[in-house]
Design a protein around this ligand. Sequence first.
Ligand SMILES: [Mg+2]
Length: 300
Amino acid sequence: MNGVETQKVLIADDDPINRQVLAELLKPEYTVLLAKNGEQALERAARHTPDLILLDVMMPDLDGFEVLRRLRAEPATAGIAVIFISGLDRPEDEATGLKMGGADYIAKPFNATVVMARVALHLQVVRQQRLLEHLAHVDALTGLANRRRFDEALAAEWQRASATGAPLSLALVDVDSFKQYNDHYGHPAGDRALRAVARTAATCAHRPGHLAARYGGEELVLLLADTDAAGGQQLVQDLNSALAALAIPHATAVAAPVLTVSAGGATLAPGETASDLFAAADAHLYRAKQAGRNRLLWRD
Ligand SMILES: [Mg+2]
């Protein structure tokens, strides 16, 4: 994501000389994986999810077109970019490769400079696509997951919890008297305060299966897979303690002279839908606000 990691290129070609020539070309800049037939190409693609595959069309057993078809049929490998390298240089072969979803088509004998340039171009496209995908799921102000990402995660975790019976908890966390904070300290300070709460939430919800997201405004949501009611409540209390330790002054707050949060939580009950779970947490957040803020209410 950050461009520090070397991109991975899988070379699939049944001709050992071709494999070696391509590998020598690419090794200085990329992590190179090799496959000598179609089956190996599929196996390595699934295991290593390379960023790009240089795929020979003419291979015994599984040819390159069939390998691409199978890659596209599996969700884990469907998005991998493929450049065909082929001894078939008729326009209709090239057309077939591109129509099937190949990103590019290079005819043999290939020119090293052209191969390098095209590989670099397509890897650049891959990087840009990843960046866009990342940005589409991140809240710009806080760096937490955004609502879209949360919605997707809730659907997936609900499905998993319903199928396996693993506990699933959800907590809504709302910054108390945030409008007054912004009015008193100004919006830049409000943004900083929100970022501090977001960082605290992300630190507390740190286990695999935990997701801290900004739901909207000054409201965060914690999606806690494999976490029962006791674990969920503990986590929100930890968040609350960590925030108290920061002691961010809030002169015009109703509940305390520092920035506090109210939270409502619930743990998935048998037969409950994802929206039921969310609504239950939301109702308890509302009650926590009504009861004077700076508190957590969890559905029994
Ligand atoms: Mg071949």
